[in-house]
Design a protein around this ligand. Sequence first.
Ligand code: PNS
Length: 188
Amino acid sequence: MNKGIAIYPGSFDPPTNGHLDLMERGSKIFEELVVAILRNSEKSPMFSVAERLEMLRALTGHLKNVRIDTFDGLMVEYAKSMDAVCILRGIRAISDYEYELQMALMNRKLEPTLETVFMMPADKYSYVSSRLVREVAQAGGPVKGLVPEMVEQKLREKLEPAYRFHDKMHEVPPGIPGGKEKKRKKRA
Ligand code: PNS
């Protein structure tokens, strides 16, 4: 394989353990891996670009050939400006394939010299997506093991009211076995 620069583009809102797994794998194959956060996403993101940049920089600090950047407009234009030889994308299940194939072929049409390389994250992350992580976290559910601890913490900070509501809902009321029974003072 040509060991040049590869771009790993995405929204990373938020970064998941699956993304991190792919970055680690990619960093072993390419000379340099540039993780590129899309800036002009139409969706209203949960984390600002600055927050995602900061999280990803901290999370990849141990990967010396991984750089975090942001981009706007056409990804292939950005990739060319970085002298990249390929685009890295992750495929989890066959359901990802259709969208990824479409995107890869469109990118090839736009820039025939740029190849897309697909890699699979560890199977334990095959169901993890940023969208599902957001959905679970927004409802106050646990995302431990799906995202790095730092991201889990940031989600908690951002969604504090949702987590408080969830914890309250799951409190066992007094009088129910396992609940927080007030200890009665023993009569003398
Ligand atoms: O993590 P995501 O949201 O699936 O990433 C999608 C992304 C950012 C890679 C894609 O939307 C993209 O490259 N957007 C930039 C605009 C562009 O180049 N579009 C043509 C590609 S088909």
